[in-house]
Design a binder for this molecule. Structure first.
Ligand SMILES: *Cc1c(COP(=O)(O)O)cnc(C)c1O
Length: 478
């Protein structure tokens, strides 16, 4: 054993090499044999806690033994997001090259605050985000910045929108002021909870978020939005931001961004498009029509960690004018002052974080390894599989679709003749399948009706995986 108590410094590199090979073997087996595992971890709450010592070891342990515990203790408590039958929430998965990206980023351990502390991270981020911008067919004036999650990207966008309102909130804050009107943010009834949380975080409060009624396809009705804005202005409120979603979380519905952009233009309101999930499909030429109006946005969020095979976390915020974001957040402490401030981009200027992870590397690996064509082919196949599943639902009299399928998410439910309480039946079918470990589905409520959600997005998914789910569903009909 090389980890002797009298030895200082890191693990000897020969040991690092040996365990490194072993870990790669272990992960290759994991990817090969993924389907051996139940999709949802089968452990009860506190199982892992009860199997771990309550305090840290006094002396160092052999790494071989620690690795053994990954198999023995950690694996049973892992829910396998990479499993091809993970269809709950949004099916997201990592590619192997994404894992390599994380390895390098951890080894370099750069904190991209200043260009100087991380030229590679700063410049690769600019280049790779411009590649993605071109792939998504967004105009050249959009410049991107990477954050961890869409929740954080959107919070920054709303903060920039709040700054643009000219109320000097950056300096004067919002508390103790009687000169501030109620600020309003508008989004659909089906908006992601991250928008509510951003309003909480930014001191706007949930009452500042006005949710607008949707049509029967779960899309925001632009006329209702315009009316709400008129009403608020008449009441002395100040609209600061409108957030349409392309690919809502419940049903993946598409808000009409172009019509909403007209309204934002008329009233001078920041337009932030949340396309965290579906944004990746903007790279598919025949899906471009869903994104009409995005070119007029002030900001757009898209998550490569959701549907571009990049390991969590990597969310991209594109801004029409990144200097507005900088204006909201730039603050240069004495110890961070550099002589090249004017000529370089310093990541710390664009958000609340000082240090930033080297996330661009894994996206660079993914885009280069698969190429634009390879990525398009995979996303197209996912959408084809989802439409195929939807066609089975439509053709069966025991099942029905609950929402349109614009991307690769199917909302459906069982409706066999004489079934009685459909909500209870569907909840039971879903819970049974999830408990079996064969597949994972999640649900939503649409007009008070329980609907199962099946998301297709794993890099490992094939038609046989959907057949399997379909068979399991039908076996559970009363
Ligand atoms: C997933 C999702 C989010 C939140 O994403 P995080 O990166 O987990 O914060 C926000 N909006 C939409 C539309 C989403 O699908």
């Amino acid at each position: 054993m090389t980890n002797k108590p009298d030895r200082l410094g890191d693990m000897p590199t020969e040991e690092f090499r040996r365990f490194g090979y072993q870990i790669i073997d272990q992960l290759a087996d994991y990817f090969d044999e993924m389907e051996r595992y139940p999709v949802l971890s089968q452990v009860e709450p506190d199982w892992l806690k009860n199997n771990l010592p309550a305090s840290a070891p006094e002396s160092g342990e052999d790494f071989g033994e620690i690795l053994g515990d990954v198999d023995r203790l950690i694996m049973p408590a892992v829910t396998h997001w990479n499993h091809p039958n993970f269809h709950g929430l949004f099916s997201t998965s990592t590619s192997s090259v994404g894992v390599f990206g994380e390895m390098f980023a951890a080894a370099f351990d750069m904190k991209a605050m200043l260009w100087r502390t991380s030229p590679a991270s700063t410049e690769l981020e600019d280049v790779v985000l411009d590649w993605l911008r071109q792939m998504m067919a967004l105009p050249a004036h959009f410049e991107g910045i990477i954050y961890d999650t869409a929740s954080v990207s959107t919070m920054h966008a709303i903060a920039a929108a709040r700054e643009r309102a000219g109320l000097h909130i950056r300096e004067q804050g919002m508390s103790g002021r009687d000169d501030l009107p109620l600020l309003r943010v508008y989004a659909s009834q089906h908006v992601h909870s991250s928008i509510d949380k951003a309003c909480i975080t930014l001191g706007l409060g949930t009452r500042s978020l006005r949710k607008i009624e949707c049509n029967e396809r779960f899309e925001v009705i632009p006329e209702k939005l315009a009316l709400a804005i008129e009403e608020d202005i008449a009441a002395g409120y100040r609209p600061i931001c409108v957030i349409p979603t392309i690919g809502t979380t419940s049903t993946s519905s598409v808000d009409p961004v172009d019509a909403i952009a007209d309204i934002c233009e008329k009233y001078g309101i920041w337009l932030h498009v949340d396309t965290a999930y579906a944004g990746s499909t903007a790279i598919i030429p025949e899906f471009q029509h869903h994104f009409k109006g995005c070119e007029r946005a002030d900001s757009i969020v898209v998550n490569p960690h959701k549907w571009l095979f990049t390991p969590f976390d990597l969310s991209v915020l594109y801004c029409k004018d990144l200097s507005e974001l900088k204006g909201a957040f730039s603050l240069v402490a004495e110890y961070l002052k550099t002589s090249d401030e004017q000529s370089v981009k310093n990541g710390m200027d664009y958000g609340i974080q000082l240090g930033r992870r080297f996330r661009a590397l894994k996206l660079w690996f993914v885009i280069r390894y698969f190429g634009r064509e390879g990525l398009i082919a995979r996303l197209r196949e996912h959408c084809r599989l989802a439409r195929l599943f939807a066609s089975w639902v439509e053709e069966s009299s025991d099942w029905e679709l609950m929402a349109p399928v614009p991307f690769a998410l199917v909302c459906f439910r069982a409706c066999p003749a004489g079934a009685g309480d459909l909500n209870a039946l569907n909840e039971k079918i879903m819970n049974d399948i999830n408990a079996s470990g064969d597949a994972y589905l999640s649900h939503t409520k649409l007009n008070d009706n329980f609907a199962m959600r099946l998301s297709v997005g794993s890099i490992r998914v094939e038609e046989r995986h959907l057949r399997k789910v379909w068979d399991h569903l039908n076996e559970r009909l009363p």
